[in-house]
Design a protein. Sequence first.
Length: 168
Amino acid sequence: MGSRKWDHLFISPSYRPPILDSIYDHMGNLKTGRTLGQTYANNELFPEGNVNFSLSWFYEIPAVNPIVGEHVHDNDELIFFMPSFNHKDDDVNAVWGEATVYIEGEPYKVTDNCCIYVPGGIPHGPFEWNRIDRPHLFLTVMLGADYIRYIDGIKYHQRNGQYVKADK
């Protein structure tokens, strides 16, 4: 687009594109069964912002499942499972399939519209897809602009769509 005063506040193919995840996960496995992760807000896109907002659509069970193991963040996180909208009145009660989400090692089944609040410092994951009946949005909102993840005590930053080990 042009260079209007507020163009820098828009993330879309028409303005500035979102940051797309690598086609490989942090272990080097090819991501399947979903669209690439798309980051629409973080400290790379909005240096003055204080949130990290990423999403991807799942349409089949990924070949590498679970997609991520147990990990911890410094900041609070909101995790959403949102089914595609198919018919009038099915947006709130729609069932998309089934996943198992672990929080501090306890398994929880997710089958429908869901938001999970995970306080900073609480171990969560893995996220395992058991069944996908229809596409759904997997959305994470980190209540901090820098996406930091600790896996097995190792600190990773998300930079330009890839997980990079942080310097100690």
